[in-house]
Design a protein around this ligand. Sequence first.
Ligand code: C5P
Length: 220
Amino acid sequence: TEGLPLKGKKVLITAGPTHEALDPVRFLGNRSSGTMGFELAKKAADLGAEVILVSGPVNLSIEHPSVKLIRVTSAQEMYDACNEHYAETDIAICAAAVADYRPKHVAKEKMKKKKGDLHIELERNPDILLSLGEAKTHQFLVGFALETENELDNAKGKLQRKNLDAIVLNSLKDDGAGFGGATNKITFIDKNLGIKTFGLKTKPEVASDIWEEIIAAIHA
Ligand code: C5P
């Protein structure tokens, strides 16, 4: 219906950072708050979708009968949760700031400090978005890009390399945009490389804009 354009759609969203354990008390992580992903989930549910929100460690909660929140810690756990639900997903949005690397060895006991430098060997995490792009059958797949140089070209390259239907570019050049904060400034790029740039807005407003673009692209 007009008011519920996502009725009957199953939506999968990743949000937040991942934490990659070094030992039982330490991890490598990043400053993602998860806000953008949670706002996208809330908006999708308000538009009629059944939502699975897979989130890394965040200080957020969500109370909506149509949102199922799956809390994970590491990139591997996020990858597993996404793969479990991908087959029945209609629209997937990867908004998580996934750690690209994890410590190669996780100490069973708390690491003791020693004299001199410590070198930590890292190994690659799976790229969740890339693997969803490779496994795509019917899903509409959306990624995020956070670039510091050649923003548009890098985002377009990512869209094509990861077999996406659209990518949301976060403009870091603008004050208040991107990570952790309450506002964001985005450019939406669809797979025909149609580009739409938005002004600085609150994250709930940005979530509405993104869903409007996705719904238009699905019906195009
Ligand atoms: O390649 P890059 O990390 O810049 O791509 C960012 C996009 O890929 C985001 O949508 C992010 O959620 C996703 N991603 C992922 N798994 C990774 C790394 C990035 O899903 N390991």
